[in-house]
Design a protein around this ligand. Structure first.
Ligand SMILES: NC(=O)C1=CN([C@@H]2O[C@H](COP(=O)(O)OP(=O)(O)OC[C@H]3O[C@@H](n4cnc5c(N)ncnc54)[C@H](OP(=O)(O)O)[C@@H]3O)[C@@H](O)[C@H]2O)C=CC1
Ligand SMILES: CCCCCCCCCCCCCCCC(=O)[C@@H](N)CO
Length: 278
């Protein structure tokens, strides 16, 4: 929507064709010129051939233009307690979140490099790409993996003039969030409850603002700002003064919060054991 408002030609990709059609119609209402094209393609990003075909179709439909700006949003969260989940969940989550991002980034970067397109690739991780939390053992590693991929490509794709960005949202109030809450352990909900969440519209705007400012690690709420500054490794900072202040806040607040989160998990296990023995 925001990109269409700026006059861009846009392609949206997901699996469900009915929802895609509705979304494309909704987005088309924001077109600023008649020449603009908004198209949708049904494809599975977790398959290399699906991704390849989708990107080829997208450029064919846009007069052979290789996508300039690619956003890797597809992802899913399947929360549950580690020892209670079937090991297949770990593979499934990695396939959709991480490999889906790898395949799409790979094909986009290859085409951009071969055609001299100096575009951008934006990964969507999560604040859970910086820290782990009870109930998210199948999800957190996929989001760390995306950060690792972005860190590698930020450096490597400079060779072709391609910019890489990584977005770290906290809770977004989406259909996916409603879905994950159906299986989310209560203790996870309790710890997460402090985060009110943001609408997808606000997140999209803040992500785009970060891109406009040329940020590599983009965050859109205080939790993300603190973690972005406290766990940046070799990533370039956004602003030396605010980054330093935020990492100092993290240095003080994070151990306190960790102690509290550990206390909550231990208390919940005692509660559960009590219920079991009586
Ligand atoms: N909601 C939240 O609290 C947070 C979400 N995120 C991340 O943001 C991203 C978007 O999440 P959110 O909007 O909540 O999730 P939703 O489930 O609401 O939307 C996910 C979108 O991705 C598409 N998708 C899923 N799997 C595939 C696939 N294999 N191939 C193609 N498209 C796919 C879905 O369409 P379809 O099913 O039709 O394919 C859907 O359009 C994810 O990466 C998520 O991890 C990060 C932090 C917080
Ligand atoms: C200074 C320290 C203060 C700490 C307060 C911490 C509050 C914890 C919030 C946990 C938020 C988790 C968001 C998960 C988003 C996500 O990726 C999933 N919804 C999957 O889709």
């Amino acid at each position: 929507m925001l990109l269409v408002k700026r006059g861009a030609n846009v392609t949206i990709v997901a699996r469900n064709e009915t929802k895609l059609k509705e979304a494309a119609e909704e987005i088309r209402a924001f077109q600023v010129s008649r020449d603009q094209k908004v198209i949708y393609i049904s494809a599975d990003c977790a398959s290399p051939s699906g991704t390849k075909e989708a990107i080829k179709k997208a450029s064919d439909e846009h007069n052979g233009q290789i996508p300039y700006h690619v956003f890797l949003c597809a992802g899913q969260s399947l929360p549950g307690m580690f020892i209670e989940q079937d090991p297949s969940v770990f593979e499934r989550n990695m396939n959709i979140n991480y490999l889906g991002s790898v395949y799409t980034a790979h094909e986009s970067a290859r085409l951009m490099a071969e055609n001299g397109v100096h575009g951008s690739i934006t990964f969507v991780s999560s604040v859970l790409g910086f820290f782990g939390l009870v109930g998210y053992s199948q999800y957190v590693p996929t989001k760390y993996a995306i950060r690792g991929l972005a860190d590698s490509l930020r450096n490597e794709l400079k060779a072709y003039g391609i910019n890489v960005h990584c977005y770290f949202p906290a809770t977004i109030l989406t259909p996916g969030y409603d879905e994950e809450n159906k299986t989310k352990p209560n203790i996870t909900k309790e710890i997460e409850g402090t985060d009110e969440g943001q609408t997808p519209e606000v997140c999209a705007q803040k992500m785009l603002d970060g891109l406009d400012r040329g940020e590599y690690f983009i965050a859109s709420d205080p939790l993300g700002w603190i973690f972005r500054s406290s766990c940046s490794g070799l990533a370039p900072g956004n602003n030396i003064i605010s980054d330093t202040i935020l990492s100092l806040v993290g240095w003080v607040a994070l151990p306190i919060w960790r102690t509290y989160a550990d206390y909550l998990v231990k208390a919940s296990s005692k509660q559960n054991n009590k219920t079991k023995t009586h």
